[in-house]
Design a protein around this ligand. Structure first.
Ligand code: FAD
Length: 419
């Protein structure tokens, strides 16, 4: 119990899942404490737009204090959780005194997985955090400036980019980079041919987007080819150095940039809980999203392996799964505290989609219906608007997206030194 006699709900992580839980607890009779290692919520689906200069940092990262400002029962701290003691019901932090809880919501998300690829941890550019996106943008702009000063760098691959991963993160990033390259950067730094600034998408499996129907895969391949992205399927990255990428086949791709969009693993804190974990270090939960044996601990979003009884599969690591699972847990705790009955979690599938570039997107709905092109892009926008945390964020996103679609101006293509 907190000092004021109300049960304390400790939420770890201010992503879609943690914020969803906090929003549903707003007017309930509990004390909410949300702790995140950042002071912002990251809208990951737009990271690639930040990395390619289409959006500003504040269109993708949203202040958590701002988001939850009207929640009178909520306190926010910026600190990293370092240990969870499930028996003592206490969480320890790096720069904050331990906090005890009556209910714990684990919404810590996932982390990039380099699958032990040699040199990847040191030299690859992952696409998972706000910092990753800004770092990638600065690096790419830095390479173009370096090649401008010393054109001999071009022949050693200074401007080439290899993107790893044929899922949505890899395809969306490759498509956006190609549009940045063939549009603004081609104009900014005239005289560089397409062959000297190549975007290669590498996928270990036999095809891109294995989760989609073949007609959507064909559409994607065509849309990427139109944007001059070279696709290499059945190709595994063996090692990465600052200037080249070596494939398992022995082929060497000269490239100063390797973007890693290939895999995720559970948050680093999760293995320390001593639980039996599922694939990708995710924590298996019951239909109420509680940890088996710990009805006061809930796991939500990317950190959780949530089985969908409708399809008998584990739900994918998606924003809508995270938001809905977080909201469900917020409701469950609110109802429990109020002495009301709770319900099992039921996921409302809004379809699977990806945006490949301007006017090019794919969408597949639960029943198998598909959409491509502008229609799919509009559907992508509608679904993702719903993921934004507040109405003012939605209003702002509509203005940003409409502006970007109309002008396609990437005004974010500047680098700001922080020291
Ligand atoms: C590049 C990219 C594109 C994507 N595109 C889409 C898309 O188009 N559509 C879609 O539906 N989904 C998309 N996703 C997936 C979606 O973004 C995730 O499924 C979703 O963000 C998961 O939400 P979450 O709250 O579980 O975790 P996260 O959003 O990762 O939030 C976890 C939070 O926990 C915090 N945290 C982590 N460790 C600690 C710690 N030790 N202490 C304190 N705080 C900590 C982090 O700072 C973070 O704020 C994309 C993901 C990526 C990476």
């Amino acid at each position: 119990m907190s000092g004021n006699g109300r049960p304390r709900v400790l939420i770890l992580g201010g992503g879609f899942a943690g914020v969803g839980a906090a929003q549903k607890l707003k007017d309930t009779d509990v004390e909410v404490v949300l702790v995140d290692k950042h002071d912002y919520h990251t809208f990951q689906p737009l990271l690639y737009q930040l990395a390619t200069g289409l959006l500003e940092t504040t269109a993708v990262g949203h202040s958590l204090r701002d988001l939850l400002a009207r929640h009178e029962n909520t306190t926010i701290h910026k600190a990293g959780a370092t240990a969870v003691d499930l028996d003592a019901r206490t969480v320890s932090f790096d720069e904050l005194a331990p906090i005890s809880y009556d209910y714990l919501v684990l919404g810590l998300g996932a982390e990039v997985n380099f699958f032990g690829t040699s040199g990847a941890a040191e030299h690859a550019f992952p696409m998972y955090t706000l910092r990753d996106a800004v770092r990638l943008k600065d690096h790419i702009l830095g390479r173009w400036e370096a090649a401008d000063r010393d054109p001999s760098l071009v022949s050693e691959g200074a401007l080439n980019v290899v993107v790893v991963g044929g899922g949505p993160t890899g395809v969306e990033t490759a498509g956006a980079l190609a549009e940045l390259y063939r549009g603004d950067l081609a104009k900014d730094y005239g005289g560089v041919s397409e062959e000297d600034a190549r975007i290669t998408l590498v996928e270990a499996g036999p095809e891109l987007f294995p989760m989609f129907k073949s007609k959507l895969r064909d559409y994607t391949a065509k849309a990427l080819a139109e944007r001059t992205v070279e696709v290499r399927t059945g190709a595994l990255v063996a090692s990465v150095s600052p200037t080249q990428v070596t494939l398992k086949s022995g082929d060497v791709l000269p490239a100063h940039t390797l973007v890693w969009g290939a895999g995720l693993q559970g948050n680093a804190l999760i293995p320390s809980l001593g639980l039996e974990l599922q694939r990708g270090n995710r924590i298996g939960v019951g239909t109420d999203l509680a940890l088996p044996g710990h009805p006061e601990v809930f796991v939500v979003g990317d950190a959780a392996a949530i089985s969908d009884p409708k399809t008998d599969t584990v739900l994918p690591q998606l924003g809508s799964v995270a938001l809905q699972s977080g909201e469900h847990v917020g409701e469950t705790i609110g109802r429990t505290v109020a002495g009301k009955e709770t319900k099992p979690f039921a996921y409302r599938d809004k379809g699977t989609m990806a945006a490949i570039g301007r006017g090019a997107a794919v969408m597949q709905m639960l029943g198998g219906r598909t959409m491509t092109g502008r229609k799919a892009q509009l559907a992508w926008g509608t679904v993702h608007l719903a993921l934004l945390p507040t109405n003012s964020d939605r209003a702002r996103a509509i203005v940003d997206w409409a502006g970007a679609a109309a002008t396609h101006q990437r005004s974010g293509r500047i680098t700001v030194e922080s020291s």
